[in-house]
Design a protein around this ligand. Sequence first.
Ligand SMILES: NC(=O)c1ccc[n+]([C@@H]2O[C@H](COP(=O)([O-])OP(=O)(O)OC[C@H]3O[C@@H](n4cnc5c(N)ncnc54)[C@H](OP(=O)(O)O)[C@@H]3O)[C@@H](O)[C@H]2O)c1
Length: 414
Amino acid sequence: MTNLPKSKLRIGLIGTGFIAQFHLRSMVGVRNVEVTGVYSRKAENRQRIVDLVTELELGTCTAHGSLEKMLQADDIDAVWILTPNNTRLDIMRIIHAEVTSGRSKVFAVACEKPLARTIADAREMLRLAEDAGLNHGYLENQVFSTAVLRGKEIVWRRAASTTGRPYLARAAEEHAGPHEAWFWRGDKQGGGVLSDMMCHSVEVARHLLTKPDAPRKSLTVKWVNGTVANLKWTRPAYADQLRERYGEAVDYRNRPAEDFARATILLEDEDGLELMIEATTSWAYVGAGLRIQLELLGPEYSMEFNSLSTGLKVFMSRAVTGAEGEDLVEKQNAEQGLMPVLEDEAGIYGYTDENRHMVERFRKGERPDETFEDGLAVVEILIGLYRSAELGQTVHFPAGDLEDYVPLVARAGD
Ligand SMILES: NC(=O)c1ccc[n+]([C@@H]2O[C@H](COP(=O)([O-])OP(=O)(O)OC[C@H]3O[C@@H](n4cnc5c(N)ncnc54)[C@H](OP(=O)(O)O)[C@@H]3O)[C@@H](O)[C@H]2O)c1
């Protein structure tokens, strides 16, 4: 039994890809944490993370060639699951087996979005974590975005308290397409952009509409209505681009996943007031880079945030040439002209405050504000939206028959 609070939380990363590096860079702004271990399948990937931990002075990090070995190490208190969606449940089963057998002293687990690809799998993730007595956190960074933290605080304290609660949240996240083959494959990822990015929009919108300090379940989903479409990447020239980039595994002429999704979600608060979420996501947006757009509307007020309306902009004439990069903004599409720059991506996207929150709650043995229960609730909404899109009808909640429902585009292979 671990004595809490611990003065420092020692964490192990499972996964060494894009998001693992984002988390590491954000940890520089988090106190009371050390990154003491990393596991993925390839030695060179693990070494890259060990080198980055050393460079960022985040601790002494050991590269583990087996997940079991990392979980059994005596310098790991908590693990962050940062691997592709199709690997989640197997990883969680290993964590459960190691902890319940007493071989591992790990007492907390955090998991990237989405929690799982189906409702049944998300429910199993939650059951395994609770059965092993683990504290658990769902990593939804947008909830911890600096704009969302500050905006929600002001709206609820000044405006909602005097004129009534907000009733409409709009959320959009769009970019020009993901960076690895597995994201494009419905069978691996669990769907297309609806599964990949609507999870952010749904949860940040639910968060903005939830009264501060009230549990998320104070809002009840009444019905969901979803639309999916293939706007860009099924056009022959773009399908061929994907094939050139990723090989036969990504075949958008024959096996596409949706690159556009729209959601309308009706909720009810504890007083029976109707609330609405409107969300839209796409992999078909070509602007400067990733765009997150959020709005919260109430009877006498509104708030809005656009991640590309940055205070900092840089102009580069056509004489400025150089390599392509993502050094100005995530999923950057250009290196010339008037470009928005996010001077602190880790903070603005929410990773710094997310990791600070998880580390502090785990270290003290307290329940995080975002848990696997929230991850499960998000998957229930996403699956309801997929079913609605397939039927061309609104899906009313609770929708008990969706437990094992697999979105159409995720049904092949795996
Ligand atoms: N919050 C956000 O905005 C955000 C953004 C991007 C991604 N994500 C989420 O983060 C997760 C990872 O995405 P990513 O972009 O980092 O993907 P990625 O760049 O493809 O990296 C995936 C990593 O997982 C490792 N891996 C793959 N299969 C594994 C297995 N069976 N066991 C252990 N490690 C395995 C890979 O390394 P090896 O090949 O060495 O095993 C690689 O390091 C996904 O769930 C994604 O949805 C969230």
